[in-house]
Design a binder for this molecule. Sequence first.
Ligand SMILES: [Zn+2]
Length: 225
Amino acid sequence: METSEAVDDYLKAILELGGAEDSRVTTNALAERLGVRTPSVTGMLQKLASQHPALVRYERYRGVRLTANGKRRAWELVRHHRLIELFLHDVLKYSWDEVHEEAERLEHFISERFEDRVAAILGDPEVDPHGHAIPPKHEAGPYRAEVPLVAWPLHKPAVISSVSDRNAVALRELERLGLMPGVALTVEQSTPAAFAVRVQARSSPVRLGNDLAGYIQVAATDRRP
Ligand SMILES: [Zn+2]
């Protein structure tokens, strides 16, 4: 039998993969994201779809979407996750590469009271340590306008809006290179083999692999690095 944590993980994965357009998510994409086999995904989705109230709408071969109930739970988990990350980082002094794993565990269990107290002590924050928006209580989103750094045009000023929280090694490397949310940059070189950005307060361009650059999202800015 599935634990409620496993159900939560499905809901969050469908929310993330569906994105701002709320598109249908395939069982293959879910299997890859969750690291489980496709038949187990199918079994779980059938269960979530037949539950009352249903958490997903699932049609074989057409993929899956969250119902209103599924979305409510998924956004609550996102809020928990990001609030916990910020609490661990700002109050308990965890480093930014340590907080994700801890938040993945705790996000399922905290009470409404705990959530409210954390939000209050942090001053109702809007952004987590990785630059991700913290949804307001009982609300969805917001989705911010951001673009993968690897798709950003050359020489056009940008500011790092967020970085992926999923890879601790990559986060440590990004911190070492000074590539954190709020930092302004321009892309100087972008080829499959090499990627270089000019960053504020650094005289020479920062070189990084395309894989590492793939963790960064940016937005337009007036600031020149
Ligand atoms: Zn995280």
